[in-house]
Design a protein around this ligand. Structure first.
Ligand SMILES: Cc1ncc(COP(=O)(O)O)c(C=O)c1O
Length: 496
């Protein structure tokens, strides 16, 4: 912690301790949350709401009607390609097909492999297909021949957290490391920090260069006897930058520690981009130092929400992920991931997505996405007040040196766009999906962005609605206060 951070931490403590100040801060939060409530709870008063189970069950038709109305309202935003990331495929026929698959398998639970061997088959094959795609030779289904193994999880965060827990337990068992540390670029997903908090692993952050690539020499300097793993993203969520995985993983290999490629976002894009001839640096199991990877099927794998894959080099490593209980009165118990019972229907839908789309489908989808992203990048570069950060393939972040880019984000929201506001540095990104490859969407994005910039320039007096919140959150030095604010927001989400 720097002296400045230490100062602000102390200042925060002092401020909170002053009588009356805490109350004032609370009041500020409450009024801020009141302001946000209508946007977070748009259905209040419009649909029946429940704070206890209704005495008599409601008619199924009524429930379906209400849900369809909510879906129709929400689809308006994402269906036409106004949302960054979030829905990666979204074509009606694809969704209906996945829904049919879900309906057939809705009772399946992979925890009971004896009752639902279909779920087991789907999961094993999802892992094998993903392994093959990521250079781990999953084509061979024989356990003894294959070097890369893994499991299906509920999403990117679970894949990452499982991998970090696995390295912690592996390092404790094989090296006696009791105070584990992981080396993580500042741009890596927040799930790594979550793992650090949950599993008591110290995060050693390393900086990124001007193109948002992790600093290899900083990683080298950060290695010590407690280091268990180095992390790299392919690409990162904020700026879509692919870290120097080859150098970082080689560094890890030389030091006998793990290396995790977080390909949650890019795992189902980069292999196809490479085959299409795009310049994709090596990032997967073809690199000897890469010992684990996360790749999200529920993003560019185009599965329904709720699945991802975590892979390891070697069964030995994977075994540190598993949980087994041999003394429990409930019988012999074992589960591969955090959950016990799991939604087999989501694994079925994932398997159905992979096998119905096929390699050719993924190549076509990737081509469309990358061509659209190129149009978006070019369009942004034509706007003098904006600049694209780094040289991304499909997650395009932009910043401005002359205007408040959060006000641009605000204006875009009024134009129906749902983009991501980021900080450190202050910027906004669009994660390009198949939704944006529809005719006219990229052109509309660039035209709206140009209008937004003109508007912000012409109206410097306007504060915007979310711009002050983003601005405050990115500049306020007392991170504890920002954290309190986010907890209030979560409270609001769960307020019935
Ligand atoms: C690079 C990266 N890693 C991890 C995650 C976490 O994935 P999830 O939201 O599925 O938990 C994301 C999500 O966007 C991501 O972009």
């Amino acid at each position: 912690m720097s002296l400045k951070d230490l100062f602000f931490k102390q200042a925060e403590k002092v401020i909170k301790a002053v009588p009356g100040v805490s109350k004032k801060i609370e009041k500020e939060y409450d009024s801020m949350m009141d302001g946000l409530e209508s946007s977070v709870k748009p259905y209040k008063g419009k649909f029946p709401a429940f704070t206890r189970i209704p005495e008599m069950g409601r008619a199924r038709a009524e429930i379906l009607r209400d849900m369809q109305a909510m879906r129709d309202h929400e689809e308006e935003t994402w269906k036409d390609g106004f949302v960054s990331g979030a829905v990666y495929h979204g074509d009606t026929e694809h969704i209906e097909f996945l829904n049919q698959v879900y309906a057939i398998n809705s009772q399946a639970n992979p925890l009971h492999a004896d009752v639902w061997p279909s779920a087991t088959k789907f999961e094993a094959e999802i892992v094998a297909m993903t392994t093959h795609m990521l250079g781990g030779d999953g084509a061979s289904t024989s356990l003894s021949e294959r070097d890369v193994h893994g499991t299906v999880t509920s999403g990117g965060t679970e894949s990452i957290m499982l991998a970090m827990k696995t390295y912690r337990d592996w390092a404790r068992a094989t090296k006696g490391i009791t105070q584990p540390e992981m080396i993580v670029p500042i741009t890596a997903h927040a799930a790594f920090d979550k793992a650090s908090q949950y599993f008591n692993i110290k995060t050693v952050h390393i900086p990124v260069d001007e193109n948002f690539h992790a600093d290899v020499s900083a990683a080298k300097k950060a290695i010590n006897k407690n280091t268990i793993v180095i992390v790299g993203s392919a690409p990162s969520f904020p700026h879509g930058a692919i870290d120097p995985i080859e150098e970082l993983s080689e560094l890890a290999r030389q030091h006998g520690i793990g290396f995790h490629t977080d390909a949650c976002l890019g795992g189902f894009v980069l292999p196809w981009a490479e085959r299409l001839g795009y310049p994709v640096p090596k990032f997967d199991f073809r690199l000897a130092g890469v010992t684990s990877m996360s790749a999200d099927t529920h993003k560019y794998g185009y599965a329904a929400k709720g699945t991802s894959v975590v892979l390891y080099r070697g069964l030995d490593l994977l075994h540190y992920q598993y949980y087994t209980a041999s003394d429990w009165p409930g019988g012999l118990y074992f589960s591969p991931t955090f959950a016990g019972s799991r939604p087999g229907a989501l694994s079925a839908a994932c398997w159905a997505a992979l096998t119905s789309i096929g390699e050719q489908g993924y190549l076509d989808a990737t081509k469309r996405i990358l061509e659209t992203a190129a149009k978006v990048k070019e369009g942004i570069r034509q706007i003098p007040e904006l600049r694209v950060l780094g040289d991304p393939l499909f997650v395009v972040a932009f910043a401005s040196d002359s205007i408040d880019v959060y006000k641009v984000l605000d204006f875009m929201s009024h134009k129906k766009w749902s983009l991501n506001g980021l900080h450190k540095p202050t910027c906004v990104h669009l994660c390009v999906t198949l939704r944006h490859t529809q005719p006219g969407v990229a052109e509309r994005f660039v035209a709206d962005l140009r209008e937004a910039v003109e508007h912000v320039k012409a109206h410097p007096e306007e504060k915007g609605t979310m711009a002050p919140v983003y601005g405050m959150a990115s500049t306020i030095p007392m991170r504890g206060l920002v954290s309190d604010m986010l907890k209030k927001y979560l409270d609001l989400i769960f307020k019935a």
